[in-house]
Design a protein around this ligand. Structure first.
Ligand code: ADP
Ligand code: MG
Length: 654
């Protein structure tokens, strides 16, 4: 069944080489119980490792069921180990953080077979007489009991061959006898057992004793009366032993890995907590500060909106010489068509309203007063926050039919009406009768100009009835958002130039934004988010380095665990995925707790300090995603390092 032909194995230690095997040829039949004996250093373990596919020979052939296995890839060999071989080591190699049932069913994580295998694990434990200890961890068991658990683990996949390297090396005579009884029973049931030992009493259990010296077989004796046990399914083929291709994502393997990772993280609670702390602090501060920044921003925006900040004013004439014409054609003349065109400029423009300005002589009773006269469109009221608090705004019909209705500012009210209510009264504007329908909300002074000394009438009435103008004085535009001001300006200029057939350098009109505030605002918020971003980046990177550090320590510390996992069939990808899941699990949990803490902090700030905060979903999503990415990025190197380890070397690691 197993056949080695002239196998050599040489180890390189720095400059020097050790020839552990120098031409071993041996054939082992199915159902044999073989003991490999010899002095320490004679190459017994090297031979067993090659037979068990944990190592590959430098030279020579290894045929398993007639199939050359040297040419198989590492992962294929791992799959074969999982199916065909059960290992029992001198040091037991149980994972201390899990109970013995979990230890026994561990090989099934790598088998690609669905199921939880608890029942099977308990059955195997019953075979070795430990069914009453299932909730115990390895530390609670004696050496002999631990080795029995290891045997149960070797049996979970019903392997063809049991490989045992000094299985009794760490045990006293009584426990040794127990273990040997179990191995003998397994042999009698038809298992092939290959065992390394240097004790004659132990070798006496075997039916065949191979003795080695200096990397060569010096004797090979079969005991009569201990023929190979007859195997039930005698017709074995290699193909029948090769497990189907196991995909990483198949059959809930990820959840299996997540369970493993969870156990590993919990096994080192304090250390995991400390390494997650960096991510936690980073994410919490980012969330809290973003909430603060967003809160401040939206509070400011709210305020600016009431001032009409995302407002553009389009006027004829160049910006430098305001209002003054510089020769013929230098002033663009706007009509309602322009207004319609501009208000159609989605998504930049929300509203547009034409205005005409003029002076008005206003008379009420025996009082008269000069004021500025604004003819405005329907949307102007909402755009510039001029909707009357007392009385009402114009209707669209009033604007259409050039109705003589007026809304007056509080200064005008004071001058003409004193304390009495002006609503419903009739005033004369430039000798035309108007009905007062509302009082514009008080706005105070803007520079030297009294914003409340104003009379607002429909733009059509102003143009055709009062001022006698055929063109608009300007157009007010409300931009959808303060951040779009510049784009809106460009779109509008282009539109106007196209319609009025102006050249690119023609400055017969100008567009001004109402204030420079939004520029200041956007630059402050930009600085703020830049600052927050860099704090986030720094703390997350620091946190990530912490995670990487822990993972590297963890890889070194758990080298033997990795070796064991490989021995029982873990492929490179499996090991890598396990460590990645661990690091991502840590960063994500840190990130999620950080998100909660961040939200908590911002709530506390808004509650006690009265600061405006606004937690945005995007910051939560970003922070969580970012911590996952950090986990992958900083976990990748340690995970690769772990995955690259050779099973034999990892197992020997002290
Ligand atoms: P045994 O199991 O019979 O004691 P081994 O097969 O473990 O012997 O080792 C045979 C020889 O190869 C020894 O001299 C040992 O030092 C050497 N050797 C075994 N494994 C390694 C290794 N991974 N690196 C270097 N030398 C090794
Ligand atoms: Mg050895």
């Amino acid at each position: 069944m197993l056949q080695l032909v002239d196998v050599h194995r040489t180890y390189l230690i720095g400059e020097s080489t050790v020839q552990a095997l120098r031409g071993v040829s041996v054939t082992i039949e199915q159902g044999e119980f073989v003991a490999i004996m010899g002095a320490s250093g004679s190459g017994k373990s090297s031979l067993l490792q090659i037979l068990g596919l944990l190592d590959t020979p430098d030279k020579g052939e290894y045929l398993l069921l007639g199939h050359n296995v040297n040419s198989m890839t590492e992962d294929e060999q791992a799959g074969l180990r999982n199916k065909v071989a059960g290992f029992v080591f001198q040091q037991f190699h149980l994972l201390k953080r899990m109970n013995i049932v979990d230890n026994v069913r561990l090989p099934h994580i790598y088998s690609g077979i669905k199921g939880d295998f608890r029942k099977e694990a308990i059955e195997r434990l019953a075979l070795v007489g430990l069914e009453h200890r299932i909730d115990h961890t390895p530390n609670q068991l004696s050496g002999g009991e631990q080795q029995r658990v290891a045997i149960a683990r070797a049996l979970i996949r019903d392997p063809l061959i049991i490989f045992a390297d000094e299985p009794t090396g760490n045990l006293d005579t009584k426990n040794s006898a127990e273990i040997m009884k179990i191995l003998k029973a397994l042999h009698e049931e038809g298992k092939t057992v290959i065992m390394v030992t240097h004790e004659t009493e132990i070798a006496a259990y075997a039916g065949r004793v191979i003795t080695m010296r200096d990397g060569l077989i010096v004797s090979d004796e079969r005991k009569s009366g201990m023929e190979p046990s007859v195997n039930v399914g005698a017709e074995l083929t290699f193909e029948g032993q090769v497990a189907g291709k196991v995909s990483l994502w198949q059959n809930g393997r990820i959840s299996g890995f997540m369970q493993q990772a969870f156990q590993a993280i919990l096994a080192n609670k304090l250390r995991s907590f400390l390494s997650v702390l960096g991510i936690f602090v980073g994410v919490a501060s980012v969330i809290a500060m973003m909430a603060l920044g967003e809160g401040a921003k939206s509070a400011m925006q709210e305020q600016l909106k009431s001032m009409g900040s995302n407002m553009l004013s389009i006027r004829g004439g160049s910006a430098k010489i305001r209002g003054a014409a510089q020769g013929a054609g230098a002033v663009a003349r706007f009509t309602f068509t322009d207004v319609d065109d501009i208000s159609a400029l989605r998504p930049f423009v929300k509203n547009a309203s034409g205005v005409v300005n003029g002076a008005g002589r206003i008379v009420y009773g025996n009082k008269n007063w000069s004021s500025s006269l604004n003819g405005v469109g329907f949307d102007y009221g909402t755009m510039r926050a001029s909707l009357p608090t007392v009385g009402r705004w114009f209707t669209r019909e009033e604007i259409q039919t050039r109705d003589k209705v007026a809304i007056i500012g509080v200064t005008v009210v004071k001058e003409l009406f004193g304390g009495s209510n002006p609503i419903g009264r009739t005033i004369k504007i430039n000798r035309i009768n108007f009905k007062v329908i509302g009082i514009a909300p008080a706005k105070g002074f803007s520079g030297p100009q009294d914003e409340d000394d104003v009379v607002i009438i429909p733009v059509t009435t102003a143009m055709y009835r009062v001022l006698g103008k055929e063109y608009l004085s300007g157009i007010f535009v409300e931009v959808t958002s303060p951040t779009l001001i510049d784009q809106a300006k460009n779109a509008i200029s282009e539109q106007i130039r196209k319609r009025h057939r102006l050249k690119a350098d023609d400055d017969s009109f100008n567009i001004r934004d109402m204030t420079e505030i939004q520029k200041m605002l956007s630059s402050t918020t930009q600085t703020m988010s830049l600052l927050l971003g860099s704090i986030a980046a720094i703390s997350l990177v620091v946190g990530g380095i912490g995670i990487m550090n822990i993972m590297l320590v963890s890889v070194t510390e758990r080298t033997r665990e990795i070796g064991l996992r490989k021995a029982i069939g873990a492929r490179k990808g499996d090991i890598m995925l396990q460590f990645l899941v661990e690091s991502v699990g840590m960063t994500i949990s840190g990130g999620l707790i950080g998100v909660l803490a961040g939200i908590g902090i911002s709530l506390i700030l808004s509650f006690f300090a009265g600061w405006a905060v606004k937690t945005s979903l995007i910051s939560v999503v970003l922070a969580t995603a970012f911590s996952a990415i950090i986990g992958i990025f900083f976990g990748l190197w340690p995970a690769r390092k772990a995955a690259e380890l050779k099973p034999v070397e990892a197992l020997r690691y002290e």
